[in-house]
Structure formats: C-alpha cells, structure tokens
Design a protein around this ligand. Structure first.
Ligand code: 4AD
Ligand code: MG
Length: 477
C-alpha cells in the first residue's frame, strides 16, 4: 500500500488497523466531527473522523465543501451506517482552502446546463466523476479489443488537404495574416503562400489514411479527434469529437457488420465488468431524473438492464429499401406524424431513424444498401448500380452511432465516382493509386466515441460526456 493510497485502493484492500494518509476534497463536514472526502478514484467517499479537541479552531474553520485536505490516521472498521471503513484522524492539513460562499458546486442538485458553465469544476461532482471514469474505461476497452485481435493503432493526420466525407464542413487551418491576405494576379487569395503551400483543414475523418495502411498492414484502427464545422446545435453533435475507425483488408460488408456488432457489445460488456459502481450510480441518477419527466419520455428499462439487453441480443439487420417499406407501412406515416417526407432515395432523418429503433424494433439496427447518391464517394457500388455497400448502426436514444461501408476497390469505378462527386484527381491521386497497385476488397467503419459514451452512461446531451465541449459559439475552457 503506497504512503497515501487512493480511496479506491482503501476500499479494495481495506487495510484495517494501518496508518494511512488520505488526500482529497471535502464534500461535507457534519457535527464538527465527520468529514466526507472524495478523491475521484471511485464514486465512493471515505469518512474522516476527527476529535475537534485535537485541532486548532483555525483549521476547523477551513474544513469547507470544496477544500482540499490531507488527513492521516488509522483506518478502522466503521460503526456508522452505509460505510465499511473510516479514517480516525490524528493529523489534518488543509492543502487548499475553499470559500463556501463562492464555491459554485454545492451539495444540492445542480442542473447539467449550470454545470456546463462550470466545466472546470464539474469533475468534482458524482455525475461527472462517473462519466469521465467511464470515458476512460471505454477508451481502454477499445484499444484492448483491437489489440487482442491483431489490429495496429494508426495515427492519421489531424491537418489534411482532403475532405474525406465530401461534406465540406471543415475548419480551415492557416497561418496567413487574415488582415492582410496575399493575392495572385487574378486577385484571388494566394494559398501557395500559406504554411503548407495549399489550403488545409482539420480532418473530418482518418478513414482515407487508414485505408492506405490497411492495404499494407491488414487490420488497423484510428482513435483520434475529428472536427466538423456543421452548424448543428443538437444534443448529439460536437464540432470536435473523437472517432474510432477500424479498417480491414479482405473484409466485406458482412464481415464489417459482424466486427461492428462484436465491437459495440465488447465495449458495453467491458463497462459492465469494470465500472459497475459508476453505472449503478448513473442508473439511480437517471431514475431520479425520469421522475421529473412525462411518463412517455421515461426510459422503458433501467440503464444496466438496457446495456445487458444489447449485449445479449442480436442486432437487427435490414436494408435501406426494407427500412423505407417499414416507414411507409407504419401507422405513424399513415397518420402523417413524420415531419419529413418518406420515399426511396431520401436521406433518413433522425425522426425516421428513431422510429425504426425505438418504436419498431426496440433494439440496435444495422441498415445497409443505401442509395449511392446520399452516401460518400468511397462506398462500394452494388450490383444494382444504384445502391452502395454502406452500413449505419442505429441505437435507441441516440440514433446513428456507427457509419461505415465496404470500400470501392475497383479503380475504374472509383474514378467515375470521383468525377460524379467533383473530387479533383490531383487531390486524391494517392488514394486512387492504392487501387492501381494490389487493390483488394476491404471495409471499415467509424464509431463516434462520445455517442458511445452517451449510450453507456445514459447521459442525454453529448456536451456532458466530453470534458470541454466545442459547439457553435462555444469554445470556453
Ligand atoms: O458517419 P460518419 O460521418 O462516417 C465517417 O466519418 C466515416 N469516414 C467512417 C468510416 O467509415 N471510417 O461518422 C462516423 C460516426 C457517426 O456514426 C457518429 O457516431 C459520429 O461519427 N459523428 C459525430 N459525433 C459527434 N458529433 C458529430 N458532429 C458527429 N458526426 C459524426
Ligand atoms: Mg454517418
């Protein structure tokens, strides 16, 4: 046991009778005797018991919610209700004071909106402690899943000259003087004078580079930040989010679905196995929040049961065409309850996706075979000549959590696609060359990391699962 063990270590090992030093932050101080301390290592708090006769008045005054303390004493079995061990304190040091009149995180319920404004301190709350511990466990599970299966972790560039998704929602990277832009003879901005000698952006996806690597290393995955300048102020969109993108040589669209389903289930099971207490806390939290909501907006199953259900049941697999048929035949459609039009060829709107997963199937659904026109240029054209081997995974409460496809590996077909999508050959010559030299069938997908965390924690706003969210008009901290 180290000199000052974490609270997690103390509860794991319970070295009753030994002298320990606990360092952490004061939650409450009751009856001039009981200090509840948290150190973030676990959702559990430890009780430090003091005899006020032994301490200076000045020290006692500084034991306030939010203050940081170091308490040394003997670890003993607790007689109090609801806790197994406590520290009977002999020496107490105030490491950092906290003025109770100014500390914004009080022991009452705060709204998540309020805590977003205090993102520098919200880590101190139970909810955000649990969310960010889970975020860690899920990141670790992701690396473990791929490492155990022989994938190599690939670091794709963050600054790029290409628009992988072709959606044009990119953040420009430049060091040109915006007040004094260099111009060419035609009076246009002269990007040859920019840092990279051309226009560059923050990446929207590491996929294209992952494909290059997969066609040499076999199985690779990226796990890094991605950026999208889409002006969507929703509870599921961030301008900066993290994406995991596996890419596998010789996989087809069926292998791709199997990999994605196994992967999601593995991550969820890992959280159930390694972060049980945090999940139990978040489940309680959700139940209490639900009580404030109208009945039809409440969760049908408690969090842990929902997660177990996902792990233990097969995902539904349907084609886009089948999805459209289900929507057209729904009473929802007949009663004109969809805001957006439904017909073959449309991009599914989130109301359509939610209907499919939440009302119709009530479980995760994999949709394949989307119309080529509404999907990215790199997706493999199917035999019918109008659909592509695309794959979206939708889950209840979130909507799209994964997007992927089998890739177009045929040089001529890909070249045609680039033309049709107005992608200049000299922008993407390197991508095309992999189809010239030893091309092969391959497939991959992208998982939005924050959407996974939302799903596992039950948090309903994506801003509450990333430490410092970046959204339109907001880049504080
Ligand atoms: O469906 P998307 O755009 O797919 C790609 O970027 C492909 N290159 C992936 C691939 O095949 N390698 O994005 C993948 C996932 C989405 O399903 C969603 O979970 C998440 O990334 N995502 C976002 N998450 C948060 N905020 C945003 N603005 C997001 N946009 C996409
Ligand atoms: Mg998508």
């Amino acid at each position: 046991m180290p000199k000052h063990p974490s609270i997690a270590q103390l509860f794991n090992e319970k070295p009753v009778g030994t002298r320990v030093t606990v360092k952490g932050w004061v939650r409450t101080f009751r009856n001039d005797q009981f200090i509840t301390v948290t150190d973030g290592s676990t959702i559990k708090t430890i009780q430090v018991v003091i005899n006020k006769e032994n301490f200076e008045e000045d020290t006692l005054k500084k034991i306030q919610t939010g203050a940081c303390i170091s308490a040394t004493g003997t670890l003993e079995k607790s007689l109090g209700k609801g806790q197994e061990i406590e520290v009977v304190c002999e020496a107490l040091e105030i490491l950092g004071e906290s003025d109770p009149n100014e500390f914004p995180i009080q022991m009452k319920r705060h709204t998540l909106e309020f805590l977003r404004e205090k993102a520098h301190l919200r880590f101190r709350t139970n909810t955000f402690g649990a969310v960010f511990r889970l975020r860690h466990h899920l990141a670790f599970a992701i690396h473990k899943f791929f490492n155990d299966r022989g994938f190599f972790y690939l670091h794709s560039p963050i600054i790029t000259g290409s628009d992988a998704e072709g959606a044009g929602e990119m953040f420009r990277v430049t060091n040109l003087d915006l007040e004094n832009l260099p111009k060419n003879e035609k009076g246009e901005i002269d990007y040859s004078q920019d840092f990279f000698g051309k226009t560059t952006n923050l990446t929207v996806s590491g996929q294209l580079e992952a494909e290059l690597a997969a066609l040499a290393l076999g199985s690779v995955y990226t796990f890094g930040p991605t950026f999208r300048a889409e002006n969507s102020n929703t509870s599921r969109h961030l301008a900066e989010f993290w994406m995991i993108e596996p890419e596998v040589a010789f996989n087809d669209i069926h292998d791709n679905q199997d990999l994605a389903e196994d992967f999601l289930k593995y991550c969820i099971q890992y959280a159930l196995d390694h972060a049980r207490e945090d999940l139990e806390f978040l489940q309680e939290r959700e139940i209490n929040e639900d009580k404030l909501k109208p009945v039809d907006e409440r969760q049908s199953m408690p969090l842990i049961q929902r997660l177990e259900f996902v792990v233990n049941n097969q995902f539904e697999r349907i084609t886009y065409t089948e999805a459209i048929d289900i929507l057209l035949n729904s009473s929802h459609y007949k009663k004109k309850k969809f805001k957006f039009n439904v017909e073959w060829g449309i991009d599914l709107q989130s109301e359509h996706e939610r209907y499919l997963v939440e009302k119709h199937f009530q479980k995760p659904v994999i949709i394949t075979g989307y119309p080529a026109k509404i999907k990215a240029f790199y997706m493999r054209l199917n035999e019918d000549g109008k659909t592509v081997a695309a794959m979206d995974i939708l889950v209840p409460g979130i909507g799209e959590i994964i997007g992927g496809s089998q890739r177009e590996e045929r040089y001529e077909v890909l070249l045609e696609k680039c033309k049709a999508f107005n992608i200049p050959e000299d922008h993407i010559w390197w991508y095309l060359e992999t189809r010239k030299f030893g091309t092969c069938p391959h497939a991959g997908f992208g998982l939005g990391f924050e959407r996974l965390i939302m799903y596992v924690t039950g948090m309903q706003n994506i801003r509450d699962v990333i430490p410092f969210p970046r959204t339109p008009q907001n880049a504080e901290f």
